[in-house]
Design a protein around this ligand. Sequence first.
Ligand SMILES: NC(=O)c1ccc[n+]([C@@H]2O[C@H](COP(=O)([O-])OP(=O)(O)OC[C@H]3O[C@@H](n4cnc5c(N)ncnc54)[C@H](O)[C@@H]3O)[C@@H](O)[C@H]2O)c1
Length: 246
Amino acid sequence: MFDFSGKTALITGAASGIGKATAEYFFGCGANVVLADINEGAARVVAEALDPSGERVSAFRYDAGASVSAAEVVAHAVERHSGIDHLVSCAGIYDQQITAEMTDEAWRRTIAINLDGVFFLVRSAIPVLRDNGAIVTLASVAAHVGGTGGHAHYGASKGGVLALTRGLAKDLAPRIRVNCVSPGLIETPMTGGLIGRMGEDILKQILLRRYGKPSEIASVIAFLCSDAASFVTGETIIVSGGAYMG
Ligand SMILES: NC(=O)c1ccc[n+]([C@@H]2O[C@H](COP(=O)([O-])OP(=O)(O)OC[C@H]3O[C@@H](n4cnc5c(N)ncnc54)[C@H](O)[C@@H]3O)[C@@H](O)[C@H]2O)c1
């Protein structure tokens, strides 16, 4: 655990899976946490379970695909905590679409939420990120290998996140560090269907012979935000149990 007392983390996609685990982890480290998610009701449930007093945790309705929503959630964080130290973009969608049958809308929606959303959020937060702040983006092993087939749009959006992370690291240095985590298969609502479809066979491709837990991504995100990673920027850490080695 790290000491994030007095720091403020804005975490998107915080109502579920990796974002939720990250919110729990940062709260446990002493941070103030803003949980941003399109599913405001679920984000509220997480927030109230973490901090019934509401002093250190709040939930906010946020749509990653809309730039105005990024500005609103950043304004909310500033109103509550007067600035942001840690920005973590976990909001994302994943669906199966064979490219030949993929509609314009399906392509656009995935790129809008998974890639445009990271840009909108970071651009809005730059003026209020405190010195020595840190940003962590979420890509995927799909960004490195193109996925397992049937989700080229998802892989492309996450490949964009990898490049965006490096570009942001250059633009925001030396004041803010920007890094990325690329998870392999982590057990969350997002992957329930995929794991079900692939069955036990997929475990043979994972050296550690199991799926990851959301908390095992949260701890790496926290490391990247912490002073333990004070000389790390523009980097991507792959957390896949050895399924993919970059
Ligand atoms: N689970 C995995 O195996 C895995 C692997 C690689 C990468 N990732 C990435 O990690 C991140 C978190 O994934 P997860 O597995 O926790 O998924 P999840 O489905 O459990 O959580 C995603 C969250 O994002 C929110 N969300 C969806 N669309 C949104 C929007 N338009 N605006 C705001 N919030 C929105 C959802 O409401 C949900 O709370 C995603 O970016 C995902 O692509 C996950």
